[in-house]
Ligand binder design. Structure first.
Ligand code: FAD
Length: 377
């Protein structure tokens, strides 16, 4: 009798080889300490000025991230700039990183991505990082409020909850300038049709000739909020959008006497408070010496006295310099700079790798001098 061994049969042409599925579970994890190159695999036009970029690692890697977290991208424009972009995709799809980027007029990074990032191109990244995230568990009632490109972290949380089939009671309010600016409009409609516990309400400030609109019109207001999410007072609220938008959301919640310990926000604006509960206490301050140190910036010739406890970022700003920074908590890595000489106390939150520290890099937002120093910014 001629018996074909099972293993051989599995390899015959035309026979389904299940090994590729079992191998998928053995894909190594993306290690943020070591891995730093993403390859662009796909670009999607979402609206007239918003694109989604889909990346994966050079070799298959599984990314572990919480929905709402971001990665920091180093882009070869104006020398090299670093910018944070929220992962807009689902955390339940671990083999890809999607970011959704709005083209900001005159902005170097967003325009470079829109104009030059194409499938096959590689980019250096760090992360994932960030604290603006939720465990969308069944026992919580959630309300997401976003405007413009601030939709990205909330979309990641929504996609993840839907992918995991969590019966999350979720209301999602999104504000756009016009119907033509609504990001993920079609996908949100699809998600509503598939997930009975998801309710989406959209408002547009103005109409656009190219898109019919019969939904809410005007800026988000307290009466509109009552209509869109009648039980919002019982919900945990996550908000992301431009600074003035979040100011107005906070003001309307204050007017409604909302318990702000249930309010979380993230800003994409530089210099704004980011990531975390509204009334979350600041991280513990590093131990402060009472000595003053001299901070020199040789590139510009500026020299400032750094008072006790002052970060190098604050010293640079006091000198009239405007180094680019974002989270101001040592998380995002945007303010990474080279320490030319001297010593610092750096209390970072994961925004820099050990090998970068070994190369003399520091995050100036969370470093205080412990000697006179020279910094390249
Ligand atoms: C944690 C975090 C997550 C972010 N996630 C996203 C994201 O998912 N999608 C995204 O498009 N951007 C996101 N950003 C903003 C992004 O990092 C860049 O700031 C943005 O792409 C502009 O960079 P730029 O170099 O083109 O312009 P810049 O020269 O840096 O900015 C030009 C001006 O535009 C303002 N601006 C910055 N971002 C925006 C924006 N999105 N919409 C309108 N005005 C803006 C800036 O405050 C500045 O005044 C995020 C920022 C942070 C801190």
């Amino acid at each position: 009798m001629n018996i074909t061994p099972k293993t051989d049969r599995a390899r015959q042409p035309g026979t389904r080889d299940a090994s590729k599925f079992t191998e998928a579970t053995r894909v190594p994890l993306w290690d943020p300490e070591v891995d730093d190159i993403l390859v662009c695999r796909q670009v999607r036009q979402e609206t007239h000025d918003v694109k989604t970029f889909v990346f994966s690692a050079r070799e298959p890697r599984a990314f572990r991230f919480y929905p709402g977290q971001f990665m920091t991208f180093e882009l070869p424009v104006e020398g090299m700039v670093s910018r944070c972009y929220t992962i807009s995709g689902s955390a339940a799809r671990p083999y890809r990183i999607e970011i959704t980027v709005k083209r900001v007029p005159g902005g170097p990074a967003s325009n470079w991505l829109h104009d030059y990032m194409i499938p096959g191109k590689e980019v250096t990244v760090s992360g994932p990082a960030g604290e603006f995230t939720t465990d969308a568990t069944a026992d919580k009632k959630l309300l997401f409020i976003s405007a413009g490109s601030g939709i990205t972290p909330l979309m990641s949380m929504t996609r993840t909850a839907c992918d995991l089939s969590e019966p999350t009671d979720l209301h999602f309010i999104h504000a756009a300038r016009t119907p033509a600016d609504l990001i993920f409009h079609d996908e949100l409609s699809l998600l509503i049709s598939q997930n009975p516990t998801l309710k989406v309400a959209l408002t547009c400030q103005a109409s656009s000739p190219s898109h019919a609109w019969s939904g809410f019109t005007g800026r988000l207001s307290l009466p509109m909020l009552h209509l869109m999410s009648p039980d919002f007072m019982d919900r945990q609220i996550f908000c992301c959008g431009p600074g003035p938008f979040m100011d107005s959301v906070r003001a309307m919640l204050a007017e409604a006497n909302f318990d702000m310990s249930n309010y979380y926000e993230e800003s994409f604006d530089f210099g704004a408070e980011t990531a975390g509960s509204f009334d979350e206490p600041a991280d513990a301050a590093p131990e402060i010496s009472d000595q003053t140190f001299r901070v020199s910036f040789p590139k510009t010739g500026h020299v400032v006295e750094c008072s006790p406890g002052m970060t190098i970022l604050s010293a640079a700003r006091a000198a009239g310099l405007l180094p680019i920074s974002s989270c101001q908590r040592g998380i995002c890595g945007t303010c990474k700079s080279r320490l030319i000489s001297g010593e610092v106390d750096m209390q970072h939150g994961g925004g820099i790798r050990q090998r970068e520290i070994d190369q003399g890099k520091i995050l100036i937002c969370c470093s205080t001098p412990t000697s006179d120093i020279e910094v390249e910014i």
